[in-house]
Design a protein around this ligand. Structure first.
Ligand SMILES: NC(=O)c1ccc[n+]([C@@H]2O[C@H](COP(=O)([O-])OP(=O)(O)OC[C@H]3O[C@@H](n4cnc5c(N)ncnc54)[C@H](OP(=O)(O)O)[C@@H]3O)[C@@H](O)[C@H]2O)c1
Length: 464
């Protein structure tokens, strides 16, 4: 049997990672630079776009965006006043014709009437099947009429309207169909069965139709947003779940992703890297394991039971995290020099003092060990992690107290405290301490972000 030397396997691992990174980079470059298709049009004109569920949320955002592109709009939903007000705004703001078409898509007769209207439209270039709603609770206890209405609105109406739109688009050799699905389509969780089923069916419908339409000039997209700030959760009757903000997107951002992916010719469009990551993980997990975990943890019934908000300090948005990363990249040399200015024991005392305020358990474990190696006693480490600094050397005490205050104020210290630090240590050491504190906070917040994710995934059982 061949025995591999550790150094060999490390080299192969390194090569593998480098090859993966290079492949990822070239894929990213190719995605960014490949030519984009123009949005669908009817000859010189943009033509007409019909949007179902245009009275709020993602549909309304589509209406604004497509009006800006110059499409004539047919806005479909049940709430007449909302549609009329939107049509008026679009006409005034973008100078395009917009018409409110009131229809309840749960009613097959209304869908048929709309299908006739579509078939008679001479320049329908874009159909956005977006109308939809959520249902929660166990299937066996749900309202049967409501369940059938969901199949009708999500699936039957989409199929019928698509069938009505296609002949004209195929004859012109130009057009696009956007079917608004959901990341839920990939998650076979309980408590949400018909929503998952209909959205999953929409994905299959779109993917298979795209195969049939290959080379015809007519595009299909299954748009799968994740949590989006709209009226969806209010209509569903659950209110917005208390989830970290990095899991949410605006309706406008979802629409931008959809149109960008349409121009790239992508059939499955999953807006946002976090949603793509969730879908990738969902697909990678063995289905039984996923079903067990997700049904127990993520089902709306469980969420409805209520999970208190995650309490530790962490990044509240992707932008905050990115700002810290950019800061670190820009000050790399400064950070290294600052760390070298402080003795290991001093560094670890600062680390533990800040970590005690931010409560990052990973940083506490790791730096307790480093602090022991740096010469601190176990008692002193425990005391620092409890926010007590009685055993600290007198010359370090002002900096440790400042570090606690700095962390407490989320990195916005009182100018007086800052001036005292400067007077005590001088400009160079004070600047080094400030840099070290920011680095420590980054580590704490990143550790807590992992916990926030665990907390959310486990419905409040892990990560607190
Ligand atoms: N928000 C999210 O987190 C999220 C995530 C993934 C996917 N989605 C999907 O995105 C789509 C749009 O939802 P949204 O988030 O924008 O929610 P929303 O703000 O509640 O909008 C839903 C739209 O659908 C229309 N609609 C509902 N039932 C209808 C019916 N029977 N007939 C005609 N129109 C109907 C509503 O208009 P009227 O009430 O005026 O009829 C409204 O315009 C849905 O398909 C939803 O499944 C949403």
């Amino acid at each position: 049997m061949k025995v591999y030397h550790t150094r060999d396997s490390r080299r192969w691992l390194g090569l593998g990672l480098a090859a993966g990174a290079a492949a990822g980079f070239f894929f990213w470059l190719w995605q960014r630079t490949r030519p984009r298709r123009p949005l669908p049009a009817a000859g010189e004109q943009r033509g007409t776009a019909l949007i179902t569920g245009a009275s709020s949320g993602i549909g309304e955002a589509f209406a604004h965006r497509l009006a800006r592109e110059g499409y004539r709009l047919l806005l479909v939903a049940r709430r007449q006043e909302r549609l009329a007000a939107l049509a008026e705004t679009l006409q005034a703001q973008y100078g395009v014709a917009a018409e409110a078409v009131v229809a309840d898509l749960a009613d097959p007769a209304a869908v048929e009437a709309l299908a006739q209207r579509i078939a008679a439209c001479p320049d329908l270039t874009l159909l956005v099947n977006n109308a939809g709603f959520g249902l929660t609770g166990r299937f066996a206890e749900g309202d049967a009429a409501h369940q059938l209405a969901m199949i009708q609105v999500h699936m039957a109406a989409t199929v019928r309207l698509t069938r009505a739109a296609l002949p004209g688009m195929l004859a012109r050799g130009n057009g696009a169909l956007i079917n608004v699905s959901s990341v839920a389509a990939f998650m076979p969780t309980g408590g949400n069965i018909l929503y998952t089923t209909t959205k999953n069916a929409l994905n299959t419908f779109s993917l298979t139709l795209a195969e049939e339409l290959r080379g015809t000039g007519v595009q299909v997209q299954a748009l799968c947003p994740g949590f989006t700030y709209t009226e969806f959760h209010d209509t569903q009757g659950t209110g917005r779940p208390a989830l970290p903000s990095f899991l949410w997107m605006t309706a406008e951002a979802v629409v931008e992703y959809a149109l960008r992916d349409l121009q790239r010719g992508q059939v499955l469009s999953i807006p946002g890297w976090i949603n793509r990551l969730i879908v990738t993980l969902t697909r990678a997990l063995p289905p039984r394991l996923f079903r067990l975990g997700a049904t127990a943890v993520l089902s709306p019934a469980r969420r409805q039971a209520g999970v208190p908000a995650f309490k530790k300090r962490t990044y509240r948005s992707w932008d905050e995290f990115r700002a810290d990363l950019q800061w670190m990249q820009a000050h790399r040399g400064e950070v290294r020099a600052a760390m070298q200015q402080l003795t290991p024991a001093f560094r670890e005392r600062l680390m533990l003092a800040v970590t005690a305020v931010n409560g990052c358990r990973y940083c506490s474990y790791y730096h307790s060990r480093l602090a022991l190696e740096g010469g601190l006693s176990q008692d002193e480490i425990n005391a620092l992690l409890a926010g007590v600094c009685e055993d600290c050397p007198a010359e370090e005490l002002p900096a440790i107290l400042y570090a606690q205050h700095w962390a407490d104020t989320g990195g916005q210290p009182d100018p007086e405290a800052q001036a005292r630090l400067l007077a005590t240590y001088g400009p160079e050491a004070a600047a080094a301490i400030e840099v070290a504190l920011r680095m420590i906070r980054m580590g704490n917040y990143a550790g807590n972000a992992v916990d926030a994710l665990l907390y959310w995934l486990s419905g409040g059982r892990w990560g607190s």
